[in-house]
Design a binder for this molecule. Sequence first.
Ligand code: 5RP
Length: 262
Amino acid sequence: MDWGMKNRLSSLMGPDGKCMFMPIDHGYFLGATSKLEKPGETIKPIIEYCDALFVTRGVLRAAINPDDSKPIILRVSGGTSVVGGDLANEGLTTSIKDALRLNVAAVGLSVFIGSDYERQTLLNLGKLVDECEEYGIPVMAVTAVGKELEKRDARYLSLCCRIAAELGAKVVKTYWCEDFDKVTEGCPVPIVIAGGPKFDTELPVFEFVRDGMEKGAIGVNLGRNIWQHEHPVAMAKALHAIIHKNATATEANDIFNDTKNG
Ligand code: 5RP
C-alpha cells in the first residue's frame, strides 16, 4: 500500500488500530434529522471521543471548524431522499477534486446489494475506487439496506461485505447481526459496525458493540444512538471505553451511569 493511502487510513484509527467514527451524514437523504438540525452544535461535546467524522461536503463546509477537526470521511454518494421513489437509486455526488480540496482522510458511499440498484451502486463503488487509488484515498463502503432493516442477517451481510471488499473498499461499514464472526471472517478488509435507529435503552447498544468487537470488527460508525440520546456524552464515553479500553458491556453501562449522574 502506498504511503499516502496508509497514512490516511491510520489517521482514522487510534494507535490501537481501533476506531470510533461519528456519522453526521444523515441529512443527505433524511433532511434535518432530529438532534442534527445544527450539526456543529451536536458534535461539540462528543467529538473528543471519536476518531473521525462521516459527513457530507455541505455540512463540513457549513458547520465544522477546519482549524480544529477530526479526520474526515466524506460521504460522496446520494441523490435520493426518504420521500422519493427508492433510496437505493444513488449516484456519486462529489468529485475527487473536491474531496482533495477538503483534505479528507477517506470517502464513503453506500451500496445496496439485492436491490433494483445493486449494479448501479456497485459500479459507483468501482468507479470511486479507481479514482481514489490514483490519489491514495481510502474508500469506505456502506452496506445499506434502505428501509428494509429485516435484511440484516449474517448470510446477507457477509455477502455484501465480501463484494464491497472485492471491488476495492478499504473499509466496510455494516450492521451487527447474530453470528457476526461469519461476516468478519469472510471479509478481507476491516469492518466497522453501523448503528441504526436509536434503541430504547443503553445496555443492548453496549452489548452488540462489544460482541461485534469480540468477533472481529475494528470499531463503530454509530450516530443516532449517541447524539439522539438524552445523554450523548455518557453514551460516547461508554462506547469509547468498549472500543479503545476493552470495556465489557456491563463496565460500559457503569461508565454511562457514572457520567450521566455527574
Ligand atoms: C446512512 C449512513 C449513516 O452514516 C449511518 O446510518 C450511521 O448512523 P446511525 O448509527 O445513526 O445509523 O451511512 O446510510
